[in-house]
Design a protein. Sequence first.
Length: 157
Amino acid sequence: MNIEEIIQQDQFKSEFEKLSINLMYTLSQFTVIQQRFFRQYGLTVQQYNILRILRGQKGKPIGVNKMIDRMIDRTSNASRLVEKLKQKHLLERITCANDRRQVEVTITEKGLSLLAELDELVVMRSTIYSELTDSEASQFNNMLDKLRTGIAFNTTT
């Protein structure tokens, strides 16, 4: 179904308005699917993002503020997310030796194991993308990158 049929709107003022609505609607649907999936594993999408960032550190601790810079959803309360993941024994907090006010985090073996399990399942769930070819996915990624360039420009002016 196209977006006009889904939201029962006959026409849009422009293709750009249609694109905006289409992106918002699709993101909303995708978010719901992700939330349901990660909830089965006791995680939120934001917690999964933190674990992926920590795995990318390859065992090196990272400060919470630096981690926030790399998060997809930067509006999340990272300190609260870190605490929840610590309670689940998926990460460890480390007090920085040269600045005791600074806290760094690192992923645990349990966190790495959970991510390894999720990696396989996320790939299996990629049927969401089954309608796209590799080439179309690449083009779509390039278009989204271009779109974000415009967003970054508009937020600084």
